[in-house]
Design a protein around this ligand. Sequence first.
Ligand SMILES: C[S@@+](CC[C@H](N)C(=O)[O-])C[C@H]1O[C@@H](n2cnc3c(N)ncnc32)[C@H](O)[C@@H]1O
Length: 442
Amino acid sequence: MTLSQAHWEKIRPQFDALPYPNRPLDENPSTDPDYVAIHSYITPYYLRNHHVPKTEGKWILDAGCGSGYKLLALAIANPGAHIVGVDISPKSLELAEQRLAYQQISNSSSFHCVPIEELPSLPYQFDYINCDDVLYLLENPVAGLQAMKAVLKPEGIIRANMHSILQRSSFYRVQEFLSRLGCLEGMPTSEEIDMTRQMMDNLQDWVISRQQTWASNSEKNDQLILSNHLIRGDKGITMPEFSQILQQADLAFISLVDWRSWHLEKLFKNMADLPQTVATQITEMSTEEQIHIYELLHPIQHRLLDLYCGHPEQSHECSSVKAWDEALWQQATVHIHPQLNTEAFKAELENKAEYPGLIPFNKYLKLFNPDTVIDSSFAGCLHALLDGPKMMSALVQRWLQGRPLNTVTLEPTDPEKAFQDVRGFLISLEQAGYVMIELAGS
Ligand SMILES: C[S@@+](CC[C@H](N)C(=O)[O-])C[C@H]1O[C@@H](n2cnc3c(N)ncnc32)[C@H](O)[C@@H]1O
């Protein structure tokens, strides 16, 4: 048996015994638009390329798919894509396959009992690889990422995450303690789970390991204990270590998945009051360095360092829409984010004709900037976008139709002013993620 095989044999029994996540087959897939949006190939592709790809016919891999719950989100978020699930646990794969069949998912799908490290043995190349809550279990995350890169199409994107060692340090201490008692070897047993439960219950309330790892729901839930205190092969790292792993696998960082929750400036009461040298150094840091500062200052928030990456050749700097001149704007095509294109949002916009006010985007898609403030004067343009992407000129036209006269002077609305107004709305919406704006030929 090779070292890798020995490692897989250490990990597999846990997930054969209790496939993850432990959710019944008839549990409906989450249709929360924020959850769907992070499983969409469109979201990271737009972040990197400023282009909105089609999902039909794309190849999507869930690497380490477990019992397949996230395969459902991948299928819903990527209509018409082929979905492939791989895992080393036959029991998990069996459930994943049954789950997709039970939920009557229309995407084509296939399942393979293959370790991530051996992905190149499959006859596929992928547009998007989702490797969620798996990389920290691999013997060598660099080898895992290299294998994923080998089956990634040139424009493909990988989503991968590692546990944050800073956020999770209390679990690593408890794991170390339990392994000294002979736990965390081979197939997990109910005796091991019961022993952990009794031991944790018996710790004084003031003991830090109890305070930080023993929430009320852990006491009841075997899977939480198995995923945290008794997880086999769990590894945590810091952001600089993750950057190094990406570099070793020759992959380029694109963005954090939930990058809006990592804004360093939110940690300070007022950035303007920082000593000048500190403020300058922070603003000059790379995104990855800023993430590290965030995790050093506030490590409790994020269990995962969760990111998108891809082939380095693809990582060209896209200029921000804020910097575009008028000529570029004239070529722009605007798309509404697919997860905002719902009947409920349409009704909200139509309601605004009668009851003007702020558009509560936050009610429909929270992942993006919840503070975006756009009033109902832009509702008509957004409504037009629900029917399909529109050129900037068509949106300006739509705006002018809705407000042909200046409401105060009753002079005809100046088309140049209309252009600037529409541009202003679109910049705010694009920065928040609610619309995506691409240039012809991008
Ligand atoms: C914590 S579960 C995550 C499942 C799923 N990705 C999710 O987030 O719901 C980890 C899964 O990775 C699988 N796994 C671990 N090491 C693997 C490897 N080297 N190759 C393929 N799958 C692996 C396990 O069998 C398990 O099903």
